[in-house]
Design a protein around this ligand. Structure first.
Ligand code: MRU
Length: 341
């Protein structure tokens, strides 16, 4: 079991996190000393989940600054820009990664002070991004718990838990907060093919916390809703744009089914996930390796030569979303209209 409260931490020039690709059976701690190592961990999904990607990118830039031998501020800014390019080429869909990089680069460019002071600033800014995410998740939990009633069963998709964030979680933060308030709730977690974040990570987090969880295959969502087994859906987000929520592949299917069955569909996400300058047409949806679909573990299950489309995220138009829970409160349809302004 992973006992640290935070999924990612800065420890004197080392970024410490857990290898999520190995969970739930192996607890492997990663200690990273360079931006390249962090970028590699993001690419291979040892580090994943939108808010965690933001914090990891920020700490990766902090590593660049901390271990740099740059003799002046201008040189350090150049090194940070190169590191930022490496990070931006890891995963394209979650906006938090780009948001954190831009925040740090902007701060660095506007910084007046010498190179040592700039390094200290970058490290503290990265730490601030992590602290803010932890605080945002607690607030999301507090607001979101108001929507959950004693006796409810909540369906969640993928993993929007402590592991996907710095601490506590977004969708699982809402569930945790309701549970901490003493509400007797249960969770239905979808397995989330092909990377199984639901089976491997959400089930792990909830079992660890003693919150009742039932794992289902992704294609059971319609059936459990039809049988009246779900009171509400709470999911996270990788990017919230003017007209839609972008989240793990399968989210759109869950949302359409929820609407069909009059089940509230809630999205829990910090404001670092909002990207209200663009629409869903502008979002790059990551396509991943065919091997994630043709193989289960190392065993091939599909015929050689078959074509594969393995899109990692989908687009849920806002008309399917009952409310978005963020650290400032709960946003409803009338608030979504303002996104378009
Ligand atoms: O591919 P992943 O595992 O990084 O995708 C994660 C998700 O889609 C989560 O639901 C989303 O990032 C919200 S995490 C709080």
């Amino acid at each position: 079991m992973y006992e640290k409260t935070r999924t990612i931490e800065w420890e004197n020039g080392i970024v410490v996190t857990i290898d999520q690709a190995k969970l739930p059976f192996e607890t492997v701690i990663l200690e990273m000393k360079s931006c390249k190592e962090v970028a590699e961990a993001i690419k291979s999904m040892k580090i994943r989940g939108a808010p965690l990607l933001g914090a990891a990118a920020a700490f990766a830039l902090a590593l660049t600054a901390y271990h740099s031998r740059a003799g002046n501020k201008e040189q350090l800014v150049k090194e940070l820009e190169s590191a930022a390019e490496i990070l931006k080429n890891t995963r394209p869909t979650a906006v938090n990664l780009f948001w954190a990089i831009e925040r740090i680069l902007k701060g660095a460019k506007n910084f007046s002070g010498n190179v040592n002071a700039l390094t200290a600033f970058i490290v503290s800014e990265a730490q601030k991004i992590a602290d803010e995410d932890a605080a945002a998740n607690r607030r999301i939990g507090k607001y979101g718990a108001e929507l959950i009633h004693d006796g409810d069963t909540i369906l969640t998709h993928c993993n929007a838990g402590a592991l996907a964030t710095v601490e506590y979680g977004t969708a699982l933060g809402v569930i945790r907060a309701a549970w901490e308030q003493g509400k007797m709730i249960r969770v239905i977690a979808t397995e989330t093919r092909p990377k199984l974040q639901g089976a491997r990570l959400t089930a792990y987090e909830l079992v660890r916390d003693g919150i009742g969880v039932t794992l289902i295959t992704d294609n059971m969502v319609g059936y459990v809703m039809q049988k009246g087994l779900v009171n509400e859906v709470v999911v996270g987000a990788d990017r919230i744009v003017k007209d839609a929520v972008i989240n793990k592949i399968g989210t759109f299917t869950v949302a359409v089914l929820a609407k069909e069955h009059d089940i509230p569909f809630y999205v829990a996400a910090p404001k670092s996930t909002f990207d209200l300058k663009i629409t869903s047409e502008d979002v790059i949806i990551e396509n991943r390796s065919p091997k994630e679909v043709t193989h289960i573990g190392s065993i091939r299950v599909a015929a050689e030569g078959v074509k594969v489309l393995n899109s990692a995220f989908d687009i849920t138009p806002l008309k399917y979303v009952t409310a978005i829970i963020c650290e400032s409160g709960i946003l409803y349809k009338e608030d979504f209209d303002k996104f378009k302004a």
